[in-house]
Design a protein around this ligand. Structure first.
Ligand code: TMP
Ligand code: ASP
Length: 241
């Protein structure tokens, strides 16, 4: 198979494949936070992010969400459709944490009355600022695409919040990205992992996501392994039942 490195990011490498419409994403054990100021690495991070993304994309597909997922190739790699990404990060929130807790002056952990969707401009140099529809129109993103993003954020949240609840996890918030395939169809892209979601244990409140790294809490390797276990073990048992 002819693989050419197309892009190397902080946490993954993306390669072309023999099929011009298919890419290979290989997840690394490396992490950064705060726009690259903080760096780290831990064992099996790439495995967790690839395997969890694969399991969740497959689950979302069975619930009517179009995604870029094609197949998991090995522990750390997945194949996806090649997408033209929108310059948008869609954040969905159920519980106040992180930047929303600061923005609203809420204590972290405050349950929101209804899910909140935020749209951010995907631009590292600008720090991915939250923008409104007027700003996005100025940047050339259509109302139709923005509507798709907001609806997708709500739909994915409506499917994944109960999925994680069954696994003893509160889905506090998460970030997704959207792109267009070669036929012009919009769909969910990127990854869904402890890098891009906040997961809190329902019983203990323990954080099981990248905040352990961002906030120097320790136990990050164990937290990722625990999330992988909760997603894959129950998914496999569910498949046998
Ligand atoms: P925030 O509270 O820092 O705005 O983060 C909201 C959610 O988005 C949280 O689940 C982490 C995720 N996120 C990313 O995936 N990438 C990012 O660059 C940032 C800032 C947040
Ligand atoms: N924006 C952060 C980074 O530089 C991502 C994060 O904190 O999750 O990688």
């Amino acid at each position: 198979m002819s693989e050419t490195l197309l892009y190397e990011g902080k946490a993954k490498k993306v390669f072309t494949t023999d099929d011009g419409n298919v890419l290979l994403h290989r997840y690394k054990d490396d992490a950064t936070a705060f726009d690259g100021q903080k760096r780290g690495s831990w064992k099996d991070k790439g495995k967790t992010n690839a395997t969890m993304s694969a399991a969740i994309f497959a689950y979302l597909e069975t619930h009517g969400v179009p995604t870029h997922f094609v197949e998991q190739v090995d522990d750390t790699s997945i194949k996806t459709k090649r997408l033209e990404m929108l310059p948008v990060e869609v954040i969905a929130r159920n519980v106040a944490a992180g930047s929303l807790a600061k923005r609203l002056g809420y204590e972290e952990g405050t349950q929101l009355k209804a899910p909140i969707i935020e749209l951010c401009y995907k631009d590292d140099d600008l720090g991915d600022p939250m923008l409104n529809w007027y700003h996005f129109r100025e940047l050339g993103v259509s109302d139709e695409d923005l509507e798709f993003c907001e609806e997708l954020g709500l739909k994915v949240n409506g499917i994944l919040a109960p999925f994680f609840d069954e696994r003893g996890i509160i889905l506090v918030d998460f970030k997704i990205e959207v792109g267009r395939d070669e036929n012009g169809n919009l769909m969910l892209g990127d990854e869904i992992s402890p890098d891009t979601c906040r997961f809190w244990d329902k019983e203990t409140g323990e954080k099981l996501d990248k905040d352990r790294f961002r906030r120097d809490m320790g136990g990050v390797e164990e937290a990722y392994a625990e999330m992988l276990r909760r997603v894959t073990e129950i998914t496999q048992r569910g498949a046998v039942d």
